[in-house]
Every structure is written in C-alpha cells, then in structure tokens.
Design a protein around this ligand. Sequence first.
Ligand SMILES: Cc1cc2nc3c(=O)[nH]c(=O)nc-3n(C[C@H](O)[C@H](O)[C@H](O)COP(=O)(O)OP(=O)(O)OC[C@H]3O[C@@H](n4cnc5c(N)ncnc54)[C@H](O)[C@@H]3O)c2cc1C
Length: 485
Amino acid sequence: MARVVILGAGISGHTAALHLQRQLKKKAEIIVVSPNSNWNWIPSNIWVGVGKMTKDQVTFPLAPIYKRKHIGFRQAKAVAIHPEGSPSNPQGFVDIVYTDPTRAGEEEQLTYDYLIVATGPKLNFAATPGLGPDANSWSVCTAGHAEQSAAALETIIEGLKAGERKTLVIGVGHGTCTCEGAAFEYTFNVEHELRERGVRELADVVYLSNEYDLGDLGVGGMIFAQNGFETSSKLWTESLFRERGVRAILRAHVEKVEPGVIHYEELDGSRHTLDFDFAMLLPPFRGVDMKAYASNGDDITEDLFAPNGFLRVDADYETKPFEQWAPEDWPKTYQCPRYANVFGVGIAFAPPHAISEPRKSPNGTVISPAPPRTGMPSGVMGRTVALSIADRIRRGDQATLRTASMAAMGAACIASAGTGLRKGSAAAITMYPIIPDRHRFPGSGRDLTETSGEIGLSGHWTKLLLHYLFIYKAKARFGWFVIPE
Ligand SMILES: Cc1cc2nc3c(=O)[nH]c(=O)nc-3n(C[C@H](O)[C@H](O)[C@H](O)COP(=O)(O)OP(=O)(O)OC[C@H]3O[C@@H](n4cnc5c(N)ncnc54)[C@H](O)[C@@H]3O)c2cc1C
C-alpha cells in the first residue's frame, strides 16, 4: 500500500491529510508528522491577544480526529529528508524526532512514497536582537504567544485606568517581514479594546511597518472599484488610520528592541528610536530547520531548499529585476523539480520573489514585505496537491498533476478591526489574482470587479462565522468537505 507522509498539521498540511483520506480511504496509508499536539485556527489568535477568546477556543487536539479518520499521527518534528533513500533501499524517508511527551527525543525513520512538506514558517525572532516574547516584545503568532500578549495588554490598561500615559506599538519586527495583515488586525483590535474600556484618550497607538505605503499588505497594494469610482487600498487604509487616531511609521526596519525602546532604520537610511510601554511585533519568517541528504550521505540541503529555508518547487527562481517579474514565475503544481514525489505547500514552499516592489535603504538594508501566503491559498494548495497524489496513486505516475497557481487564484481575507456582535467591525478584502498580471489587467494587474474592500459590522459577523466554520471543517465533522478552503 502506498504511504503518504505529510510534514505539518497547519492549514495546508491538515487540509491535505483530510482530502487524501477522503479520496483514498484504505488505498493508502496517510501519516501526519507535527510537533504540536493541537491544531490552531491562527487567524483568531488576534482575538486571544486582546482577551476576547481563550486559547482553548482557537485550538483542539489533533490525535482524536486522526484516530477517527484512520490517519496516522506522529507528534514529532521532521529534521531531515532523504529523498533518494539509503544505499540499501532507494525509498525516500524522513528523520523525525518525537516531541510527544511520552516518547520525547526518540528518533524514527519514516519511509514514504509521496511526501508533502507543509511545515509553515519558523518564527525567526533571532533575526532582530531583543525581539519576541522571550525578550522585549510580544507576539500573536501562536495561541500561547497571544495569551501572553493579552496579559501584558491588561497590565497596560490598568496603568491607563490609573491615569498614566502609555505608548503601544504594533507592527512588524524586521524589514523583511510578511503578514502585515495580522499586524493591521491586532492594531485595530487593541485600539477598539482601549475604546471599549474607556481608556483610549491616554493611549498613543502606533503602527510600525516595513510597507512603503499603508494598504500595501505585502501584495503591492490594491485598486478597488467602489460605487463606480476607483480607489486604492492606500487611501482606504489611510482613512481608517485617521478615523481611529492611529499613527503610522512606515518603510521601517527594526534593528533591535531594548526594554522599552525600539531602534529602527527608515528607507532613506535615517536611524530613529521609539519608546514604548507595550510592543507586539511580528517576527520575520523563514523555513523550519531541516536538512536533506543524498543516498550516499552528501548534504543536498541547498539543492532542496532555498537560502531562506523554504522548499524549492516548480517556480522560476532566476533572479530578475522587478519589471521582469511575471505571473508565470509562480509555481503551479508545487512539485519539487528534482524529486517528483516531493511537494511543498502553504508557507513552506519557496516563492520565486516578493509581490511588493523590493526596496533597499542607502545602507543596503532590505525594507520591503516578503510575499504573504494566507490561509485560503494555503488550504487550496493543500487540497490540490492531495488530489494530484490521489490521482497518481490510483492511476500511476503518468496522471497529470493538478494546478493551483497564486497567479490564477483569488483570495478573500477578512481583517478584524475590533470584535463585538454589535460594535465590532472588519475589513473584508478580496483580490483576483493574488499575483498581479499586468498583461491581462493593465494598470493595477488585478481584475477591478473581483478586487474589493469593504469595512463594517457585517465583516465582523463573517469573520466570526468563519472561525466556527473552519474549526468545524478542521474537526472533519459531517460534510466538512463542502466547506471551501
Ligand atoms: C496572527 C496571524 C493572523 C493571521 N490571520 C489570517 C487571516 O485572518 N486570514 C488568512 O487567510 N491568513 C491569516 N494568517 C496566515 C495564516 O495563518 C497562514 O497563511 C497559514 O497558517 C499557513 O498555513 P501553513 O499550513 O503553511 O502553515 P501553518 O498553519 O503555520 O502550519 C505549519 C505546521 O507545520 C508544523 N511544523 C513546524 N515545524 C515542523 C517540523 N519540523 N516537522 C513537522 N511539522 C512541523 C507546525 O506545528 C504546524 O502544524 C494569519 C497569520 C498570523 C500569524
């Protein structure tokens, strides 16, 4: 029986595992490897970070779901891939180290016929001295981090209630960060919480980002058609910042975070400091630490993985100037070029380049967002690769691989701007395609009729509904597969 090993049980890996099981039932053995025992609906960590949800509301244990679905589960981390197997057995295998408390540190070699790498990001706090919850700033990247941020925010609110002035800085902690949308959401959720608690007046809320303009969001900004007029995500976002009294510092690379002081460089090369009482700064991402070896034991990590640690797939990785970037550069099948039975999905695949225009300061510091790979495309990639592998297991290696290029895919993202059934709001953003195509859509590179932005209470209701819907789907409850990724 063919064995499919999936590394990672996040949005892309878990989606792939459920679809493979539904497609193949008992025709294949499916094994998921993940160091965490829980699944986390990461978008709702924002609400954990302001104390509006608990960690238990955004996570659930994976083992019972996998047991019910007859999917093997190893609570372990993958540390090396051997795509050519060993001198005595050409079948590929993965070295894993258990994190399961009952087997902690135990090692195993897991052979595979097909491998899906869906390991998401390594949260690279180490790239910026003093960044992160073990040092001088907070994070909302995991449910545990978000809980710590909520506790720290509570202390700040107590200080504000006692009449103290406080500066809250929210944003990204390095010039090459991605996920500005999450920083945007947390900014406005914190601002909303301060208003709800009656302490907004004494708080200075600052958004600190590597974006060139507000509304860039790592996708180079967007143009929307609204009521017969065209508007930009820049104007749209600027008006929200003005309305809520949030100050923005843009084009910034955080160099280090000391207790209460952020040191940053701006795109013009100037250096500044910013005092803070509370700082939530997202880390830059890189691929998780994994090695790769040929059958003779040679280290082939650099062949399999790009320098940023993400898995090379069927993208065009040739270095080109921004003007020559094309939609065709982006991967379609997510198949590894050198090993046809290895695939990389979600944040784990190496993008060919950024989406926003790359920029450097006169000091040579890169200050521009890395390309985001949000939940919806990550889930779509997971499903697409699962269906490709199911086809190959059923019909043999000649079965055509399915495609899901981000250059031919739309995305919908609802950015919370404050929770609450009556007073909440969210910015609902849709775009098509994710990767701008200036030949098909001269000007902005996107279809104006399918790219839109709208803010309001209904957006909050939709975001809340999606929270319950995606957790229902991830729990593989009745009819889960009719809920789109
Ligand atoms: C705070 C925040 C808010 C967000 N909000 C939104 C939003 O509103 N909408 C949206 O579309 N997107 C949002 N995103 C982005 C979204 O969370 C990601 O796009 C999505 O999680 C990517 O899925 P993934 O499967 O690639 O990675 P992940 O979901 O991060 O999953 C990675 C998996 O790999 C596992 N893993 C790690 N190392 C190893 C290893 N060595 N071996 C095996 N497994 C390993 C991890 O434990 C995890 O299970 C948000 C992100 C953040 C941080």
